[in-house]
Ligand binder design. Structure first.
Ligand SMILES: Nc1nc2c(ncn2[C@@H]2O[C@H](COP(=O)(O)OP(=O)(O)OP(=O)(O)O)[C@@H](O)[C@H]2O)c(=O)[nH]1
Ligand SMILES: [Mg+2]
Length: 245
């Protein structure tokens, strides 16, 4: 019986996925999704949160969402830990031309995510979709230093938008896997996000305060890493209990 369970569980861990002309051989775990949810939970977002994924083109929004989606699809059956995604062919960059949205749910948490595309020509969608938004995940390509100024300009325009004044921001320095990508310290400096500007990675209690959470983490959608630092702290200090059903 033990052997049967062990075999079933092990087979559950492996999957082969064909998407956008790419074969993925996957070994699942809960890390990225769980951490993502932890971050969102730490921002006080529990039910049907509307989340925009924004940032310049090529920052990795669609890649990160794909990573999350794959795990969500799978997770309905899964009981295990550790994810390794092995794309059998490199993912080619296809700019997002039209806004896409989908509902993802996990445990008690449901959210609707919007991938709006980052090319100049589609950035007007950002404003159109920002009504009643619960959080913004803003991605920056940490390797593309030539574009930090432009990314900073767009980010600060969003941060100073009065209609988004209370909306939490999760800023992700993506592509941290590439050698010579900016470190968190460099990114903070380039993006004008001093420690005073962000909200302390859990060291400052924000629950029931009127302070809008703004946090920055380094991550890699490709390597399935990031979010680690500070998450535990965030959870223990920021966590807002989900409303009673
Ligand atoms: N090395 C590395 N490459 C990445 C990472 N995330 C995304 N990429 C690559 O960056 C390119 C752009 O990724 P996308 O996810 O399409 O970028 P996007 O932000 O959706 O771009 P737009 O749709 O134009 O706004 C692709 O070639 C990805 O494979 C990462 O974490 N590390
Ligand atoms: Mg895209």
């Amino acid at each position: 019986m033990f052997l049967v369970d062990w075999l079933r569980n092990t087979l559950d861990l492996l999957y082969l996925l064909w998407e956008d002309g790419i074969f993925y051989l996957g070994l699942h775990n809960y890390t990225v999704v769980d951490r993502f949810c932890d971050v969102l939970a730490s921002l006080g977002l529990w039910q049907e949160a509307k989340i925009l994924f924004l940032g310049l083109e090529n920052a990795g929004k669609t890649s990160l969402l794909q990573e999350l989606r794959n795990e969500f699809i799978w997770k309905s059956n899964a009981r295990h830990a550790y994810t390794v995604m092995l794309p059998l062919r490199n993912y080619e960059y296809h700019p997002t031309q039209h806004p896409t949205s989908e509902k993802l749910s996990i445990g008690k948490m449901k959210f609707q995510v919007f991938d709006l595309g980052g090319q100049q020509i589609v950035r007007h969608f950002w404003k159109l979709y920002s009504a009643k938004v619960d959080a913004i995940v803003y991605l920056v390509d940490a390797y593309d230093k030539n574009r930090f100024a432009e990314s900073k300009k767009e980010l600060h325009a969003l941060l100073s938008d009065k209609s988004l004044a209370t909306v939490p921001f999760l800023i992700l320095g993506n592509k941290a896997d590439i050698p010579y990508a900016a470190s968190e310290k460099e990114l903070r400096s380039y993006m004008g996000l001093s420690h005073d500007f962000t909200t302390g990675k859990g060291k400052v209690k924000l629950a029931n305060s009127n302070v809008r959470p703004i946090e920055i983490f380094m991550c890699s959608a490709d390597d399935n890493m990031g979010y680690d630092e500070g998450i535990q702290v965030l959870q223990s200090t920021w966590l807002v209990s989900p409303p009673a059903p």
